[in-house]
Design a binder for this molecule. Structure first.
Ligand code: FNR
Length: 184
């Protein structure tokens, strides 16, 4: 039976480098892995406990269900001011409030891409910290931090042109599949 992974994107921008990475994940995954994209974090209203009191927004419920049904979660995100974009944090804040805690115990892989030199490394460590409370099982290695994204990705062809980046992502997805299988 195939493993099902779902991907969550931290950018709302049409021409997002991280979106290119997210769209290329399926082609780099082991053959027994299927990857589908979760809804946009942009569809989720700002977290408000009063809103929650009237019922979780549909976009949050749908995202939670999709994560619960998946074997693993993949987060692909830019770094904003040395941390995660607010829209992604907002989605994670909502997910953390869902009664069935969809991220708890779930294997999670993190990828970041940036035009900068270090590829969003600082955001990765903030994201790991956030995922402690959500009790996600974050894969340690390999870390995928895609620096100088414009030289490694091709927006025209919606592709990852850099072979080392492609093989690193493949290795990470294989490690995530292995971790998932070991969850029992
Ligand atoms: C950025 N950018 C950025 N890059 C980085 O490597 N470290 C950082 O801390 C930041 N901070 C930051 C803050 C804000 C508000 C913006 C808008 C941008 C640059 C960022 O990596 C670049 O815009 C990417 O292209 C964003 O990712 P997507 O949308 O291309 O996926």
């Amino acid at each position: 039976k195939p493993l099902k992974f779902v991907s969550l994107l931290g950018s709302l921008r049409k021409a997002s480098f991280n979106a290119i990475v997210a769209r290329n994940l399926a082609s780099l995954a082991p053959t027994h892995v299927e990857i589908s994209a979760l809804g946009s974090v942009g569809e989720i209203p700002h977290y408000d406990a009063d809103l929650q009191a009237h019922g979780f927004p549909d976009a949050v419920v749908a995202m939670g269900k999709a994560i619960s049904a998946a074997d693993a979660l993949i987060i692909v995100t830019p770094e904003y001011n040395y941390s995660v974009p607010g829209a992604l944090k907002n989605a994670l804040d909502w997910l953390s409030r869902l009664p069935d805690t969809p991220v708890a115990g779930k294997p999670v892989a993190i990828l970041t891409a940036s035009p900068g030199a270090i590829g969003g490394a600082r955001a990765q460590y903030h994201l790991r910290q956030i995922l402690v409370f959500l009790d996600g099982r974050v894969l340690n290695k390999p870390e995928v931090m895609i620096g100088q994204a414009p030289s490694r990705l091709d927006p025209e062809n919606d592709s990852i042109t850099d072979a080392d980046t492609r093989s690193l992502i493949s290795a990470q997805l294989a490690a995530l599949a292995k971790m998932t299988a070991n969850q029992g």
